[in-house]
Design a protein around this ligand. Structure first.
Ligand SMILES: *[C@@H]1O[C@H](CO)[C@@H](O)[C@H](O)[C@H]1NC(C)=O
Length: 204
């Protein structure tokens, strides 16, 4: 082995060491006008994402306890807190669809959920400009049939959860619901993620 090969071997083993941290997907099923969802996003998801984003990926599903059906080829949604909530959910679903990276998407959701009324277009506009997202395309999506399809896809995912979602927000790790982790995550998401990931150094 010449020195070039030795360097290569060292580089390769470093890569293997760095990738030992397993992926963990944290899915949050929530809705725009639900006080428990607001609290969870503000107090749990956002701070945990800021400090631990290197050890998990956040997967946001703004739909909650809504229902949907198609009438004459058009989606009709009914949301737990009324039609305004459907608009708010769709606005977030459209923002989450943008190709801008998780950091901006989560910052947008956090900002919108902190507004007095997270379902208002004014809240979306303000937060898009704060975070640096294109409000015009989010707004256009929210008012379009494409936006309905995006929200309906969130609905399909939500309705596929087993057992059926009974509390909003519902937090699911790696796509399998666990009742114990759900209630722990609502109180201390950071601790659940650290435990599942084997308490790496970043957890302190
Ligand atoms: C989550 O899923 C990833 C990839 O499928 C796997 O590597 C990891 O060990 C899982 N983590 C937990 C805590 O189940």
């Amino acid at each position: 082995m010449n020195s070039y090969h030795i360097v290569l071997v060292i580089l390769l083993s470093t890569c293997v060491a760095l990738s030992i941290q397993d992926e963990l997907k944290v899915s949050v099923y929530y809705e725009s006008l639900c006080p428990d969802s607001v609290r969870f996003i503000k107090e749990q998801l956002t701070p945990t994402y800021k400090s631990l984003k290197s050890i998990f990926t956040a997967d946001l599903i703004p739909y909650g306890k809504a229902i949907q059906n198609q009438e004459n080829g058009k989606w009709v949604f009914q949301c737990q807190h009324g039609a305004r909530e459907c608009y708010g959910n769709k606005m977030q679903a459209c923002a989450l669809q943008q190709d801008v990276g998780d950091e901006k998407k989560i910052a947008f959701v956090d900002c919108v959920m902190r507004q007095n009324d997270p379902s208002q277009p004014a809240s979306g506009g303000k937060c898009a400009s704060n975070v640096g997202l294109a409000w015009e395309s989010i707004r256009a999506c929210t008012n379009s049939a494409a936006g309905d399809d995006i929200l309906a896809a969130m609905g399909d995912r939500t309705h596929a959860v087993e057992p059926q979602i009974s509390f909003v927000p519902t937090v699911i790790f790696n796509s399998t619901y666990d009742d114990d982790l759900q209630w722990k995550a609502i109180k201390n998401l950071r601790q659940v993620i650290c435990n599942l990931q084997g308490n790496p150094d970043i957890c302190g």
